[in-house]
Write a protein that binds this ligand. Structure first.
Ligand code: FBP
Length: 554
């Protein structure tokens, strides 16, 4: 028999908090229409691409008589992309609202991500199955995947699968790409009069699906709290042993929201922010020298230890590194990769590289430790590109700093010690038990998604806002997906996409960090957030992220 941990049993009993306006029972939820919307940019082009779903009104729910049309709903749900804590609660909130409306309504889970819909792999949820996943982390309730639903053929197959099951609506739980595709699918379903609605839910630990409407994506809260606990523990260890500099890479793909939030929570000596590196066009050597300055300053005060947080996507933001990657992609394009791979020794390969790169890029390449140089030639993505997220940038910067310190030592500018440890925190945070915030937020997103379906909306993102306040004051509603779109160049073509949110250098979270980092770089100002608390006083258990608190304190 499957053993349950005590926390798992306790979390099954947790009743997530809904926004006040959704608490009065299904019969007392009505729609309040807001203004018609426009896309964030490229309005004419987006309007032309989405004739059926563009320009719809923003809506909020409020207390009042439910006027939605009574019809049996068969809803399909899909989890898309990387795991994020709280996904199970989106599904259970959706299920509870659907069953509370009509016990004959059906919730179908398409398995293994978007491919489950086109391969018709599914399960039908019942109470017993759902109850095993309430308030737990992970996406194992139905699994997830990264297949993109974007072609007309896929949409035609999806239409057939929906017809077969009598599906009236699909809920897609995903990041910016998955919700872009949810918007395109919604338009297709409307244009082909299928009668199937599509609703998106904003997910990703990366925190880069946010805008003036979506205050944060779910999972960011729990993942950053998990990483911050671990970073705080490492800080305490560093401050106890006083012998290591810890270089910690954190997930988050391109944007540095995760790194910044962890820095605000733990006050490390160094935190790199990719967006700042790009804005200031910093070189690898400038970044490494900045870290080395902190090492020396601390060493002069007798502290030969420290903590540096490195965002996963940092190297993409270093202009000279970006150029190097582009040249390597070109160097190995098509059959040229075979010629390279046929070479036996690293020395032969190095000579091949030296011949193929420009002088400037070769100078950057030569600066890299050999292990990183080799990583650049090992892992390719399906499009034949270097996967920058697999580059061990925590080791790269530790080594670059070490080399600078050797030089400074030779010149008599440094006489301390520099011992390093490396860590990568990513998968550790993606399936943690959702914090109370994520448990409540996700349940509300799912519950709200069903209300959008019940009221006949199509091409909307489930929206719950006012999140820095207690859940009672949260505002539930929906936002047309097209409102968040603009046109971007993807794979050589102009495409409508939801705009990705990078760290804003004039935003309150970065400004706070900037105002304090010089002190943190030299002094020991570590803070120890500890483990996520699920039971106890609200000021400990229901805290939102520092990012959200600072953004909302404007
Ligand atoms: P999503 O954008 O799909 O939410 O995934 C985010 C993420 O966790 C990134 O932080 C990370 O770079 C990536 O997934 C890892 O992907 P994989 O699970 O395929 O290794």
């Amino acid at each position: 028999m499957k053993e349950l941990s005590p926390l798992q049993k306790a979390r099954y009993q947790y009743q997530p908090k809904l926004p006040g306006m959704l608490r009065n029972g299904i019969s007392e939820i009505c729609v309040k229409e807001g203004a018609a919307t426009q896309s964030v940019a490229d309005q004419e082009k987006i309007a032309a691409l989405f004739p059926n779903t563009y320009g719809k009104k923003e809506i909020t729910f409020e207390k009042g008589t439910n006027t939605s049309v009574a019809k049996k709903q068969v809803v399909g749900v899909i989890l898309s992309g990387g795991q994020a804590p709280g996904g199970h609660n989106v599904v259970s909130g959706l299920y509870d609202a659907l069953k509370a409306t009509n016990k004959d309504n059906v919730l179908i889970g398409f398995k293994g991500g978007p491919s489950g819909l086109i391969e018709d792999k599914y399960i039908i949820f019942d109470d017993e199955y759902i109850d095993q996943f309430r308030n737990t982390g992970g996406f194992d309730i139905i699994g997830s995947g990264r297949t993109k639903l974007e072609t007309e053929e896929q949409f035609a197959i999806a239409t057939e699968v929906c017809k077969k099951h009598g599906v009236t609506a699909i809920v897609i739980i995903g990041g910016d790409d998955s919700n872009t595709n949810a918007g395109i699918l919604a338009e297709y379903f409307a244009a082909h009069n299928t009668g199937v609605q599509v609703i998106g839910c904003p997910k990703t630990i990366d925190g880069d699906l946010k805008n003036e409407d979506i205050e944060c994506s779910f999972g960011f809260d729990t993942a950053t709290k998990t990483y911050s606990e671990l970073i705080g523990n490492i800080e305490r260890d560093a401050n106890s042993a006083k012998k290591y500099w810890h270089f910690i890479k954190v997930m988050g793909r391109s944007a540095s929201h995760v790194a910044l939030e962890c820095a605000l929570e733990t006050q490390p000596n160094i935190c790199l922010i990719g967006e700042e590196v790009a804005a200031k066009k910093m070189s690898l050597s400038q970044i490494a020298n900045q870290i080395a300055d902190s090492v020396v300053a601390r060493s002069n005060k007798g502290m030969n230890f420290g903590v540096a947080i490195i965002p996963e996507g940092i190297v993409e933001f270093v202009p000279e590194f970006g150029k190097l990657i582009a040249e390597i992609n070109e160097l190995l394009a098509g059959s040229k990769a075979d010629a390279f791979n046929a070479l036996d020794s690293w020395a032969d390969k190095y000579a091949f590289i030296e011949k193929g790169l420009t002088k400037e890029s070769m100078a950057v390449f030569a600066l890299l430790p050999e292990s990183i140089q080799q990583q650049l030639f090992l892992e390719r993505d399906p499009h034949g590109n270097v996967q920058v997220s697999l580059i061990e940038s925590e080791k790269l910067f530790a080594e670059l700093v070490g080399n600078i310190l050797k030089d400074r030592k030779a010149k008599g500018e440094f006489n301390g010690k520099f011992g390093t440890q490396h860590h990568f925190f990513g998968y550790e945070g993606r399936c943690a038990f959702p914090s109370n915030f994520d448990a409540d937020y996700c349940y509300s997103l799912g519950y709200n998604a069903f209300m959008l379906i019940q009221y006949g909306f199509n091409g909307y993102l489930s929206k719950v806002s006012n999140l820095s306040k207690p859940a009672e004051q949260w505002v539930a509603g929906g936002m047309p997906i097209t409102k968040m779109m603009n046109i971007e160049r993807r794979h050589g073509e102009d495409k409508p996409v939801i705009r990705k949110a990078l760290v804003e250098l004039d935003g309150a979270p970065f400004k706070y960090f900037e105002a304090h980092r010089d002190e943190w770089a030299v002094e020991t100002c570590f803070t120890f957030p500890g483990a996520i608390q699920y039971y106890g006083p609200a000021e400990v258990c229901d805290l939102t992220t520092r990012t959200l608190a600072l953004e909302k304190s404007k």
